[in-house]
Design a protein around this ligand. Structure first.
Ligand code: FES
Length: 106
């Protein structure tokens, strides 16, 4: 099963073993990772699951769709590395994925 590392804004690290097919948001909630509220339950309608995915991993994840782009406009501190965790489905190719959490959501 893929291993996902969540890194909080203060560099606190959470290493989690995830289920294939779950989203990064679901894994975060199931493991009480701070900073992911997911108010809309994964409907791409709140932006409270904003995370940063670095370049090394970005190419392994499908690009943002229009709805995700629109919701990210509501998030704080958005960068080119910003994604909504509810829009990233985990599979074996993402084993070792590192997910950084924004300071604004702690
Ligand atoms: S959980 Fe609401 S946009 Fe991701």
């Amino acid at each position: 099963m893929p291993r996902i590392t969540f890194i909080e804004h203060d560099e606190t690290i959470h290493e989690i073993t995830a289920e294939d097919g779950a989203t990064v948001m679901e894994v975060a909630l199931d493991n009480s990772i701070p900073g992911i509220d997911a108010d809309c339950g994964g409907q791409c309608a709140c932006a409270t699951c904003h995370v940063f995915i670095n370049d090394d991993w970005a190419s392994k994840i499908p690009a943002r769709e229009e709805a995700e782009e629109t919701m990210l406009e509501l998030a704080e501190g958005v960068t080119e590395f910003s994604r909504l965790a509810c829009q990233i489905e985990i599979n074996d190719a993402l084993d070792g994925l590192q997910v950084r959490l924004p300071a604004a959501q702690h």
